[in-house]
Design a protein around this ligand. Structure first.
Ligand SMILES: [Zn+2]
Length: 414
């Protein structure tokens, strides 16, 4: 308990000194109440309660309050650092033994955004950059909402006559057990990002961190269901998208019915970058209980939360002929990742009952192309912008007030 009190005192002094520079809300115990915010065991290491005697670099989180609770696992912390020359900010979750325990992000002009994976219960976090340190507590209490989003990977019947039918693009892993594991990991990571992004936008709109619930196993991993379809990839690639959608909808209804599930299904057999677009197939449709996406852009999605920044900053060119549309003509790997992950959330939005809106930054408009910006301070170059782009909060993907109003009435957002 004492650790907290002394620590807050030192932070409070730091904050006071630089208050004229940083105007956003600081997350320290500014209340005169001497009681600690949290009871229960404190697992911050000893020695962290010494007030700094020299300069006092600070880290401040601007979108969370110390001790906040949420009902989904990944927090997106936004904040500022007083050391504007600091390059990398680290956050360590002392309560976690997962590979995401330590996360790192790049700081730009004293600003940062960083993802943190929480474990159920209390999470003791330490943010650090050079000499600056911030101890922070977040609570994760699992959602009890029975209305969930289910992840489904659709597979076609193997066709030995067509050798290359399920090959990945040349620069992604070859077809193997490992690549299936990669696909699952990419889908899991993307869903976590969609869930977190949605919560942040509800928070920004003043409704608290509301978002849809996902299905987790006992290890905290998102469950990815597999659904084997009866025909071969080529059969489905030649099917008009609406027909494929209806077919998949019936298959899910028959083989794995769940009244309280909205399904994000990935057509894992539509991923071949052949030059002949007719044969490649394409689907991105949503409504009813199903959001259906092809898997063409999946090779650009992050496999882990640790990869998110690198993926969204990856300006490596992609074949414009094949991936122009899937990258909103940014023709980079980050462009493919942003557009296709954003599109998956857009289709899920339709499944939640949302319509298109006139707001260009809405996820239900072309705002889905800027899904990357939710997690970045600066956007990497692309075929559209040869320079890095500093964007405003309004230029990130968002949910319009109209969309939020509709979602507030949905069982999936209670
Ligand atoms: Zn749409």
């Amino acid at each position: 308990m004492k650790i907290f009190n002394n620590h807050y005192l030192s932070l409070f002094l730091c904050v006071f000194l630089i208050l004229p520079v940083l105007s956003e809300k600081f997350l320290v115990a500014e209340s005169p109440d001497p009681e600690p915010v949290h009871s229960g065991p404190v697992s911050f290491p000893t020695g962290t309660d010494q007030p700094s005697t020299t300069e006092c670099p600070t880290i401040a989180i601007t979108n969370y309050t110390d001790g906040d609770e949420q009902n989904y696992p990944v927090a997106l912390l936004r904040g500022t650092v007083s050391d504007v020359h600091g390059k990398y900010l680290i956050v360590e979750n002392l309560s976690s033994d997962r590979s995401s325990r330590i996360m790192r992000t790049t700081v730009y002009k004293g600003q940062f955004k960083i993802l943190v994976e929480l474990v159920p219960g209390v999470n003791y976090l330490i943010l650090s950059l050079g000499k600056a340190r911030l101890e922070f507590v977040l609570h994760y209490k699992k959602s009890q909402n029975p209305y969930i989003v289910r992840a489904i990977l659709l597979e076609s019947r193997p066709d030995p006559g067509r050798q290359n039918v399920s090959q990945y693009p040349a620069d992604s892993p070859p077809t193997s057990e490992e690549s299936i594991a990669d696909t699952i990991a990419r889908l899991q990571t993307a869903l976590l990002l969609m869930q977190t992004m949605t919560a942040e936008r509800f928070h920004d709109a003043g409704y608290g961190r509301r978002t849809f619930s996902l299905e987790f196993d006992s290890e905290g991993q998102i469950i990815v269901h597999h659904l084997q379809l009866p025909d071969t990839a080529i059969d489905y690639q030649n099917m008009p998208p609406v027909q494929l959608y209806q077919f998949v909808e019936r298959q899910i209804q028959n083989q794995m019915p769940a009244l309280k599930a909205k399904n994000l299904a990935i057509a894992n057999f539509i991923r071949i970058p052949q030059k002949d677009r007719e044969k490649m197939g394409q689907v991105a449709l949503g409504g009813g209980n199903l959001a259906l996406m092809d898997a063409k852009g999946l090779f650009c999605w992050p496999r882990t939360l640790n990869e998110v920044e690198d993926v969204f900053r990856d300006s490596e060119p992609v074949d414009a002929e094949l991936f122009g549309r899937d990258s909103a003509y940014r023709n980079t790997r980050w462009g493919v990742a942003a557009t296709t992950m954003g599109a998956a959330l857009h289709e899920l939005g339709h499944a939640f009952g949302l319509n298109h809106t006139p707001d260009p930054n809405d996820i239900m408009n072309r705002g889905f192309d800027h899904f990357n910006r939710v997690f970045l301070i600066v956007e990497s170059p692309s075929a559209q912008n040869r320079q890095e782009v500093y964007f405003t909060r309004e230029q990130e993907s968002t949910f319009s007030p109209e969309s939020i109003k509709t979602l507030l009435r949905s069982h999936w957002f209670q």
